[in-house]
Write a protein that binds this ligand. Structure first.
Ligand code: SIN
Length: 323
């Protein structure tokens, strides 16, 4: 997909570089592996430019590859800036399939460009491929960064420049046995929205003096959902609260997450604000945004057994993190 792992320095010295320049055929020459490698260059971009359309394409490719009997596993190279969003997307649209067919999908990247003398990309890439080859390791969707393996859903970038930039967020540990609590027969993987069918969801941050006047503007732009990057445990300023209540009254979908970045969000706030919204559980705001987009799309999808977006979102929040 691109990223710093495929980046090149601008003036040497590693201080500045451009992401997404080295083709995957060149990067994959660094891999020490007995299995033949098939390279696919879906994009070669700085991941700050990732789009929902690219997610749709990547998701479809993963589903095809997971069904392909000649492919034993998949490694995705990706920029680190939005890696956690893509990782969660993959977990939700093909995590169950990966487990079912007994394959691994590993997303990896680097903090230093490919031509840096201490480039971390080759090690991460080799560790990811070794994990795919390891028959004893569980199947599913994972991330490899800083030489560590993460569950896709819980990985999060928490440092702008450290080689150990990623941490593992709070893990959920509910054993739903792969079934919705109400026993409905919805597929465990959510449908992948076609390129032009993604719902528009924005993130709004609570802060000192937060105002609600932006919300009406968002409605005129066709925003169907909002993720609140709330303060603390997902709290909201009374002024912003008024705008968000009006948004929900008009049919808008609201999820409460927190700008803190770690920890769980309660299902209700103790001051009773935004009581019709959903708590994001362990999902930080950018991940909650992807989850809400998928839940909104699935709720409109006739094949998804006509569950509401709230029911689907609740299942996402309650999914075992390591299924
Ligand atoms: C990017 O996210 O594409 C640039 C930054 C990085 O990969 O570390």
């Amino acid at each position: 997909m691109g990223g710093t792992i495929a980046g090149l320095q601008v003036n040497g010295g590693g201080q500045s570089y451009l992401a997404g320049l080295v083709p995957i055929e060149t990067l994959s020459k660094q891999i020490k592996c007995k299995l033949p490698i098939k390279n696919i260059q879906l994009s070669n971009i700085d991941s700050c430019d990732m789009t929902e359309a690219l997610l749709s394409q990547l998701g479809q490719k993963m589903v095809e590859a997971l069904h392909d009997p000649h492919i034993v596993g998949i490694v995705i190279t990706h920029g680190t800036d939005t890696m956690e969003e893509t990782a969660l997307f993959l977990e939700l649209v093909c995590g169950y399939l990966a487990k079912t067919v007994g394959k691994k999908v590993i997303i990896t990247g680097a903090m230093l460009p490919a031509d840096h003398p201490e480039a971390d990309g080759p090690d991460n890439l080799n560790k990811a491929v070794a994990l795919v080859e390891d028959k004893g390791a569980p199947s599913g969707i994972f991330g490899v960064m800083g030489g560590e393996v993460f569950q896709a859903r819980s990985m999060a970038k928490r440092h702008t420049s450290s080689l150990e930039a990623f941490i593992s967020g709070d893990a959920v540990n509910l054993d739903l046995g792969g079934q919705a609590k109400d026993g409905s027969q919805v597929s465990e993987d959510l449908p992948i929205p076609p390129i032009d069918k993604w719902q528009r969801v924005e993130i709004i941050t609570n802060h000192i003096g937060a105002k609600s006047d932006l919300i009406a503007r968002y409605q005129t732009l066709g925003v169907q959902g909002i993720v609140l990057a709330g303060t603390g445990g997902g709290t909201v300023h009374h002024d912003l609260n008024a705008g968000l209540e009006a948004f929900m009254k008009d049919g808008g979908a609201l999820v409460r997450s927190s700008r803190v970045g770690l920890g769980r969000i309660p299902s209700q706030l103790s001051n009773g604000r935004l009581s019709a919204s959903m708590g994001a559980g362990d999902l930080n705001p950018p991940k909650a945004r992807i989850a809400l987009q998928l839940a909104l799309f699935a709720s409109l999808d006739a094949k998804a057994n006509a569950l509401s977006w709230q029911e689907i979102f609740a299942r996402i929040v309650g999914l075992p993190s390591f299924r």
